[in-house]
Design a protein around this ligand. Structure first.
Ligand code: 5GP
Length: 187
């Protein structure tokens, strides 16, 4: 069974984290989360090397110029960079893992160009109101950052049709099953 790259996108607040936790626990596949690099400051409780590799702008730029990223983008249009390190993905696949990237839509399309057999999944909310509620309820962002996230989320939803697989995260049980069925169909 050749391990594959799974690229998961969807707007902030759609519940990708919760869904992935369940899929990791229940799929029976050797899944590995790719740890991205970012110039964003850690939120309380976030650990360097676990949630992200937190880099300074200078460090990020050096890696970008050296071509160390499979893809990288300024995600919220405010100088905050996020990127997938080639070495993380390559090491994961070489070890026999299915490597999961949780990245934005632009990043997903960039990965697909370089790795055409990557499997792209888009996670959608039932509707926009549910998404707004989740984003507001999170309370970890300033109002300005929140507004940018919501604007980005609405924009990301416009790209859902570009994805090979779409999952509506309304009933978590159904979404988990759908996700696992998609992975199984790729073996
Ligand atoms: P957060 O700041 O909430 O952790 O993540 C914000 C957004 O950045 C998420 O929507 C996530 O998909 C995206 N993101 C995280 N890591 C990467 C990455 O390596 N590349 C790209 N293109 N987007 C990423």
């Amino acid at each position: 069974m050749k391990p594959k790259l799974l690229v998961v996108s969807g707007p902030s607040g759609v519940g990708k984290g919760t869904l992935l936790k369940r899929v990791f626990a229940e799929s029976g596949f050797p899944l590995m989360m790719s740890v991205s690099a970012t110039t964003r400051k850690p939120r309380p409780g976030e650990i360097n090397g676990v949630h992200y590799q937190f880099l300074s702008e200078k460090e990020f730029e050096t890696k970008r110029n050296a071509g160390e990223f499979l893809e990288c983008f300024e995600v919220f249009g405010q100088g905050t960079w996020y990127g997938t390190l080639r070495c993380t993905v390559e090491q994961g696949l070489a070890a026999g893992n299915w490597v999961v990237l949780e990245i934005d839509v632009k990043g997903a399309c960039a990965v697909k160009k370089q790795a055409p057999d990557a499997v792209l999944l888009f996670i959608e909310p039932k509707n926009i109101d549910v998404l707004k509620e989740r984003l507001l309820g999170r309370g970890t962002e300033t109002e300005d950052a929140m507004r940018r996230r919501l604007a980005t989320a609405l924009e990301e939803l416009q790209h859902a049709h570009e994805f090979e697989h779409r999952i509506i995260n309304d009933d978590l049980e159904v979404a988990v099953k759908q996700f696992i069925d998609i992975i199984k169909s790729k073996t």
